[in-house]
Write a protein that binds this ligand. Sequence first.
Ligand SMILES: [Zn+2]
Length: 642
Amino acid sequence: MTTAIPPAVDDLVARNRARLERAAEIQRRLERAQPPFNKDTVLEPLNELMLELANIGSESSLLSEVHPELGVREAAERLAQDAEKFGTNLAQSRPIYDALGAINARDLDPTALRALTLTRQDMKRSGVELDEATRERVRAIREELVLIEQEFARNYRNDVGAIELTDVSELAGLPADYVQAHQPGPDGKIRVTTNYPDLIPFQAYAKSGRARRQLSFVNLNRCVPRNLELLKQMLAKRHQLAGLLGYKNWADYATEDKMTGSAKAAWEFVEKAYDATRAGSKAEMVDLIAARRADDTTANDLGSWDLSYYVEKVKRERFNYDSREMRPYFEYRAVRQAILDLNSELFNIEFRPVQVELWHPSVETFEVIVDGEPRGRISLDMFPREGKYKHAACFTLRRGVGGKQEPHGVLVCNFPDPSVNKPALMNHSEVVTYFHEFGHLIHVIMEGRVPWVRLTRVNEWDFIEAPSQFLEEWIYDYDVLRRFAKHIETGAAIPEALVKRMREARDFARAVLVQRQLWLASISLYLHDKDPKELDTTKVVFDLAEKYSPTKQDPGTHLEASFGHLEGYTALYYTYQLSLTVAKDLHTKFTNGLMDMTQAKRYRDLILAPGGTKPARELARDFLGRDFNFEAYRKWLSPAGS
Ligand SMILES: [Zn+2]
């Protein structure tokens, strides 16, 4: 059932062309079909068709982001364009829409009915009910939009910034393993890049404010000016598309079928969350600015390039917690094993290594056994390389569909590479990211038996970060950490006192950091609920910073040019915080500690396994026994009850 991906472009193209042809053949048959219209004559064949399309979409979007050969990445992008074009055409097929509409709902079980209802809703949202001239314009804009979005993502993937330091003293404050890995080159210069394993520790620890600001400046000017132009075009096309489809703007269109249901409700959520951060943020900023004043007596604010550094400094001074002390306990391979072990235990999963060569020799693959039954595969592509996706995300090589195919989920991250960094030590925050992304992966596996392609993932996009953020919590727990966090040199288990100090320090700056997230959410919403003709995107970023961001932005930077989510999440960056309110509420059930297997199993079966077979709110209700609410999140934002 599972085969390796041959690296050759020809194989990739041939396999997916064949998928496209099979899909086209089914579409032709469906469009010619005569009554009776029912599950067997319409819904099942359409499901087959959607499976072919989903497989093209999965493979092409993954390989366009990870394959080391440029030729394969480009071929994958073209396949994604073809699949997208095919998908829009299909969604606008009036004969299929009418055939679906003619099916007697009473003959369907609730899951099949939901698949039918959502499919028709998608078709309506693609313009199937519009006149042919308008539909054609929708198709044309969609085609253009895909090209723009792909180029935006491609630039983000390829453009790595770097600064050159002329003196080792500018590495002061960085952990010894980092300094070791950043020795001057033959020209006497030290190169620090914008790749995460370089960037994250540098922003957190480098004493040189000048160097931090310089690296941040370079990072926030990646993909400039090209992506600024592309963003403008992207916003214009989306706005135009929304208008043709009968919506005031893209934000209304994008939120309509989500938990929020409207841009207005999404904004209300952002405001409500922001209100909950006010008191905490005010107090935290006083402390952060005071910490900066110790270095610069004239300081009365904080630059965004200073935030991470001074958060660390306050944590050291007030809580005696130095996150650099954690690094020797988080060697990449040990962390990787721990994540597998922990998920095994929580969800009764076994991960069996599979020897299979995928797109890069560093990619590891595992067979996943759940409750003793094979349930698909996962692959881990974890280290930076040229031309590879720069952030951390969970992709699928295949989505699981009950009775048809098992899932194959793929994590794509940029962690320190044990074959390059010796030892490959991680920051605690990177370990949290690893757990987060693994949460998505487990979701892909668990929902892999849903029989309808349309329901193979949660329908409401703004719920999808809940399961991943839910899993982050485990990595703050001493009982979890002591199992695997062993010192790289001495082998000693992580000291309980260190974890205790980390937990005490953990609450500090939470409100400030959440405000930063809300600022990004506001950018993503604002850019999509206005007529883009009048928008200066950089001005929007800076204006919204005045309102939502507690830190000062560096003039001359262009955050939006490398804000990758504007391509994929469009208006929906608020997803992270809304999902977090759900995740925090789900934790309230774990009153017997995080290793409560009864709750873990309920969570697995009630939240993850149903995929999109139920509305997201219902999934949360099934687990909680009530509707989810904002209170656990509010409490988390003001732990002292401020
Ligand atoms: Zn995520």
